[in-house]
Design a binder for this molecule. Structure first.
Ligand SMILES: C[S@@+](CC[C@H](N)C(=O)[O-])C[C@H]1O[C@@H](n2cnc3c(N)ncnc32)[C@H](O)[C@@H]1O
Length: 242
């Protein structure tokens, strides 16, 4: 059943703020940190020509972390895709709920910070799993549909300049973890989840301009920001990909 959106989550925001994408201290700085953490879950390609499909790729911030793959990025934002192309991404302008790519074309599908922006989670999960070849890896990071996440990621983070842009998230679209796991399982991908947050020491140094990037640290709860991964046609693992 499609979820209802409210006023927030304006898709034009990414075109308007396109100049910010690749600024490490711009309004999308946190996305740089998350892209590095996401890339660490993607193993080196097993063969030349291995394909990684990046759903909601934005300006291609993942590109430096997944070198060696044919990196195909799907997004609705024209300006963001133009930047992604400059970073070696093969850009496809499309809705992530209806991707014009063939079944099982991808060795890896990533959905980084996109699932909390889509009105029909089940449709996007189905699309991600359709694109993935048997034995391929799905990697996700997103925000959980919990009161704690609404408070921290929207109530607090969206009030701190350079941490999150005001109105970027619609609380109604945060991701129900059980629904995500269930929908992935239905399409043959058994997910493992891990909570993460910015490393507080790194973040303090970053704010003081004494550090360029902030690492993500694992946390014992998936109730706010979390990563998830799974292989199509495999059981959940005990730990992260690498
Ligand atoms: C928070 S950004 C994440 C970008 C990128 N994954 C990253 O982490 O740097 C969300 C991206 O999803 C795109 N987006 C939102 N809804 C979409 C949809 N239905 N189909 C395709 N792209 C969408 C936006 O244009 C934006 O580039």
């Amino acid at each position: 059943m499609p979820r209802q959106t409210r006023i927030a989550n304006d898709p034009a925001l990414y075109d308007r703020l396109a100049g910010e994408w690749w600024r490490p201290r711009g309004v999308f700085a946190v996305l740089h940190w998350l892209a590095a953490a996401r890339g660490a879950l993607v193993p080196a390609p097993e063969r030349p020509g291995a394909v990684l499909v990046d759903l909601g790729c934005g300006a291609g911030l993942l590109a430096p972390h997944v070198e060696g793959y044919v990196h195909v990025g799907v997004d609705v934002s024209r300006e963001s895709l133009a930047l992604a192309r400059k970073h070696g991404v093969m850009a496809v302008r499309a809705d992530v709920a209806a991707v014009p790519l063939p079944d099982e074309c991808a060795d890896v599908v990533v959905a980084g910070e996109i699932l909390e922006h889509v009105p029909d989670l089940a449709a996007v999960v189905a699309e991600a799993c359709r694109l993935l070849r048997p034995g391929g890896l799905l990697v996700v990071d997103t925000l959980a549909a919990t009161a704690l996440c609404r408070f921290l990621a929207i109530g607090v983070a969206e009030r701190i300049p350079r941490i999150a842009t005001r109105g970027v998230h619609d609380p109604a679209l945060l991701v129900d973890r059980r629904e995500l796991v269930r929908e992935c399982r239905r399409h043959g991908v058994a997910l493992t989840l891990r909570g993460i947050m910015p490393h507080l020491g790194d973040a303090a140094l970053w704010l003081a301009r004494r550090r360029e990037a902030v690492r993500m640290a694992p946390v014992p709860t998936t109730a706010v920001l979390f990563q998830a991964w799974g292989v199509k046609g495999a059981r959940p693992e005990a730990g992260p990909g690498r």
